[in-house]
Design a protein around this ligand. Structure first.
Ligand SMILES: Cc1cc2nc3c(=O)[nH]c(=O)nc-3n(C[C@H](O)[C@H](O)[C@H](O)COP(=O)(O)OP(=O)(O)OC[C@H]3O[C@@H](n4cnc5c(N)ncnc54)[C@H](O)[C@@H]3O)c2cc1C
Length: 432
């Protein structure tokens, strides 16, 4: 069992790391207080207390950078006992038996200097007190808080969805993929119409719904399933715009088993009748993967850090409402793409920013163009081919960020194999 799991938390004070720093017991006798006052002048400077929420792509970037600086006690809060990757999950969802590749333990992260992982869920953030409240009831004090809790689905935008949730899993968060895989397995066995819907942006990993559609369509062909994949896109074409033609071209490669419909306005779903209500009337389906519109995790709104997405200032991802809080990854509302590579890079950058503040160094003054974390994304068009999407974000001081895309014109085996090298490299960097 992980040595960090269920470690006792100290309410209303900094949690202790044995041998690393002094633990002060509140409510100590007056004599002890005097002794402490006498020692204060000799005491080493206290290490900063940093709490990181979410051990996904963004949170792990922050933790690794902070651990490298060795200036802080880092508490990483995550409800899951393992990491599961969304990138590359499309292959598993479409029927390839590769769950082992996607799931990784946190052992190496736990061994990083100054890191303690707590298996729990943050229930609330009390900004005035600089404390997070865990579902288990404990409280953790912080000097700096890094939030990377990811996204939630806007179920209320599709009447009928909540009642059909079990039957229609979205599968755009870790550990939800097996439920989508079960739908796909049934479809590949029984045939019929498999609907995949795509919401309007911004949402996590824009190429992912098309990728899923193509990987499933490949299996329909391979297994001779008597069925078709129907992609219902809320957009006039795949987004962001530079990816539209390459993805449309790749979708056309499956024209015998896949139909793409743009500008579809999904208005309701009736899970019992297996009917979707669209702006153009009712549509029957046999199996479906409805990718709902998304927003930041509820903690962001509940803590007054933003509405749909967290309001952050660039280039440092500090919450506009609170200089002690940084929000990174898909929960933050900058124009950067919602991708794992970007989230990890933002985490590293924020880790360095916190280390700089702890060291008491002045903020660097940017007079020329700066680069925000790079985005690298992949849209698999088959089990062996992919379209590579790279995004460079630059900013001039005082101006809005500019995004420059470079996208493969069509899928290739080269990008297919590069996507695996990229993913394995990232998993090693994050978790190895
Ligand atoms: C199908 C698919 C394919 C993708 N392909 C790519 C790709 O090719 N390249 C790429 O770069 N990106 C890709 N992505 C996007 C990538 O997965 C996300 O952008 C990335 O996961 C965002 O990182 P994050 O840290 O914001 O959120 P996450 O990685 O989701 O991490 C959030 C973490 O917070 C935890 N958490 C949630 N609530 C709480 C709470 N209350 N308390 C504590 N912890 C909590 C969660 O358990 C989770 O571990 C893909 C996504 C999908 C769905």
């Amino acid at each position: 069992m992980n040595r960090n799991l269920h470690a006792p938390l100290l309410s209303g004070m900094h949690a202790g790391f044995a041998g690393r720093r002094r633990v002060l017991r509140l409510g100590a006798a007056a004599g002890t207080a005097m002794w402490l006052a006498g020692c204060a002048a000799m005491a080493p400077r206290a290490r900063a207390q940093v709490v990181v929420v979410g051990a996904g792509w963004g949170g792990l970037g922050a933790v690794r950078q902070l651990a490298r600086a060795e200036l802080a006690d880092i508490t990483l809060i995550e409800p899951n006992d393992r990491f599961m990757s969304c990138p590359m999950s499309g292959h598993y969802v479409a029927g390839h038996g590769m769950m082992d590749e996607l799931v990784h333990g946190y052992q190496r992260v736990d061994a990083l200097p100054g890191v303690r992982r707590v298996r729990d869920r943050v229930r609330a953030i009390e900004r005035e007190r600089r404390e997070v409240v865990l579902a288990g009831g404990s409280r953790l004090r912080y000097d700096y808080l890094v939030l990377s809790p990811g996204v939630e689905y806007m179920e209320e935008t599709l009447p009928g969805y909540a009642a059909a949730r079990e039957q229609l899993p979205v599968g755009f968060r870790a550990f939800e993929h097996p439920a989508v895989r079960a739908q796909v397995d049934r479809f590949l066995e029984q045939g019929g119409t498999f609907v995949i819907s795509t919401p309007k942006p911004p949402y996590r990993c824009p190429p992912a719904p098309y990728e899923r559609a193509m990987l499933i369509a490949e299996q329909v062909r391979k297994r001779g399933t008597r069925g078709r994949v129907l992609v219902l896109d809320a957009n006039p074409a795949p987004t962001p715009a530079p990816t539209a033609q390459p993805i449309l071209g790749a979708l056309r490669g499956y024209a015998d088993v896949l139909e793409y419909r743009p500008n579809v306005d999904l208005r309701a779903v009736d899970g019992a009748r297996r009917v979707l209500v669209t702006g153009d009337g009712e549509l029957r389906f046999d199996h479906a993967n409805l990718v709902l519109p998304m927003r930041a995790h509820a903690l962001i709104r509940q803590s007054g850090l933003g509405e749909r997405w967290a309001d952050v200032q660039l280039p440092n991802f500090q919450a506009k409402a609170d200089e002690r809080i940084f929000v990174i990854g898909d929960a933050q509302g900058s124009p950067q793409p919602k991708s794992g590579q970007v989230a990890f890079g933002q985490g590293r950058q924020v880790g360095e920013e916190i280390a700089r503040r702890v060291r008491g160094e002045a903020a660097p003054t940017a007079s020329s163009e700066i680069e925000l974390p790079l985005g690298i994304c992949w849209a698999a068009a088959s089990h062996n081919t992919a379209i590579n999407v790279n995004v460079v974000t630059t900013m001039l001081p005082g101006e809005a960020p500019k995004l420059r895309f470079s996208v493969d014109p069509q899928p290739s085996e080269r990008s297919g194999s590069a996507s695996w090298s990229w993913a394995r490299g990232m998993w090693r960097t994050m978790l190895g």
